[in-house]
Design a protein around this ligand. Sequence first.
Ligand SMILES: Nc1ncnc2c1ncn2[C@@H]1O[C@H](COP(=O)(O)OP(=O)(O)OP(=O)(O)O)[C@@H](O)[C@H]1O
Ligand SMILES: [Mg+2]
Length: 249
Amino acid sequence: MNIFEFDRSAPLIELRGVHKKYQMGEESIHALKGIDIRIQSGEFVAVWGPSGSGKSTLCNLIGLLDTPSAGAVHLNGQDVTKLRDDRRSEVRNKAMGFIFQSFNLIPVLSALENVMLPLQIAGVSAKVARQQALERLAEMGLERHKTHRPAKLSGGQQQRVAIARALVSAPVLVIADEPTANLDSENAVKIIDLMRDINSKKGTTFIFSTHDQRLLERVGRQVLMHDGEIAEDKLPEKPEAFRVAGVSR
Ligand SMILES: Nc1ncnc2c1ncn2[C@@H]1O[C@H](COP(=O)(O)OP(=O)(O)OP(=O)(O)O)[C@@H](O)[C@H]1O
Ligand SMILES: [Mg+2]
């Protein structure tokens, strides 16, 4: 089974009847209660809703960072629910990029070295990794900051380094769990617009979670979570403004 052979007839992501329960001593927390969703390649999806509604749990399941208690996760038409851990890591490394609320940059590495890291872990030569990382940093407007360590960068700049790092392996899917939660509103808007720009230029699929309703007007599809369920799955009012070349739903 090769997950990377693109099956155009299948959605990029499909969750079928997905439940997630966490056991906390005696108590069982039902974090996801039957999620059914399909996301096509090239979509830009916001997952929003109150704290504790299940946004991170949903992101983690789609990102193969966790497994459902019941139901199935399909990627490109393949059931990945029961893949072995090493295969899950392989799919993550080759096909996905992650952006986190707390940036998760390595403090002792420069911006450039942070962005190079995923490629070096994948065995790409330092020369090629450096070239690719420089290109991604330039796209984020960070060329001048390439030698700076994270502590020398603003929050917005650090998150742009993290986006460059998420994109450096040319993933088909980027998952961003609250990427703007530690940013002021001006930088939050910039980060979302940068991700949208990459989405429309390269067709990279983005799923991001947020509390911030003001960001939703910039987004193609809005999935509202409430108490472990999808309360609303809203498409843009003007779909033509959000359509990406080659994407049909
Ligand atoms: N590892 C875990 N162990 C136990 N319970 C968990 C775990 N992760 C999440 N939960 C619980 O599952 C529910 C959903 O949590 P989740 O983190 O997905 O919500 P969220 O929408 O991302 O919230 P926030 O906006 O605060 O990030 C919550 O009740 C939470 O306490
Ligand atoms: Mg969360």
